[in-house]
Design a binder for this molecule. Structure first.
Ligand SMILES: Nc1nc2c(ncn2[C@@H]2O[C@H](COP(=O)(O)OP(=O)(O)OP(=O)(O)O)[C@@H](O)[C@H]2O)c(=O)[nH]1
Ligand SMILES: [Mg+2]
Length: 197
């Protein structure tokens, strides 16, 4: 897939603020600071169209981007970051759940996990929810550049059985080196094809 044009459409909290278009939509979810916004920037080859930060809790709203005028990417706020105030955290969870539960053009989700961490309760809860709702998802292991190639393989071998997935459904990725970019784009294309059948 060639990405030619990307526009930021809007930020939203509630359903009535989501864009009204019904282009196929792919959402990016994962723990705060895992690299969701950076992954989107890498896919669309823009350094900073999506705001990123070394401080967790950067993305606080649901952000919609229109790609090639016919595909939508959604950057979700991260979960699991303890230092965000309880009030903000208590608003994020329902915001994400409402989005996932109500968005009819949502075709699939990219679930990001830091390659150096094991999946935890939040990831298992998210995967259960996705499986129960029949929403296909791809797992991307982020920040692969932080490990040597051998260690990346070791982490892949350790994480795949924990997720009960084979290696085809788990991609090693780095927004620093762009490793995995083409694979993620290819998988997004598969999701779109699958969704249009
Ligand atoms: N080395 C390295 N750093 C990365 C990578 N991806 C993201 N980062 C860094 O990790 C930090 C968080 O990245 P973001 O893309 O803002 O993370 P996020 O998941 O959107 O975070 P929230 O919006 O807070 O949920 C930033 O300092 C990024 O530069 C990567 O592949 N490699
Ligand atoms: Mg972000």
């Amino acid at each position: 897939m060639k990405i030619k044009r990307v526009e930021f459409i809007k930020s939203a909290v509630k359903e009535n603020q989501y864009p009204e278009y019904d282009f196929p939509e792919i959402a990016f979810a994962g723990r705060s600071n895992v690299g969701k916004s950076s992954l989107i920037n890498t896919l669309i080859q823009r350094k900073d169209l999506v705001k990123t930060s070394s401080k967790p809790g950067c993305t606080q709203l649901i952000n919609f981007f229109l790609v090639n005028e016919n595909l939508s990417f959604v950057d979700l706020p991260g979960y699991g970051y303890a230092k965000v105030s309880k009030k903000i955290r208590s608003q994020w969870q329902p915001m994400i759940e409402r989005y996932l539960g109500s968005r009819s053009n949502l075709l699939g989700l990219i679930l990001l996990i830091d390659i150096r961490r094991d999946p935890e309760k939040e990831e298992f809860e998210m995967m259960n929810w996705l499986e129960n709702h029949g929403l296909p998802f791809l797992v991307v292991l982020t920040k692969a550049d932080k490990l040597s190639k051998t260690k990346q393989q070791k982490r892949l071998n350790s994480i795949c059985p924990q997720l009960n997935r084979d290696k085809n459904g788990v991609i090693c990725f780095s927004s620093k080196t762009k490793k995995g970019r083409e694979t993620v784009l290819g998988e997004i294309e598969n999701l779109i094809e699958w969704g249009s059948e």
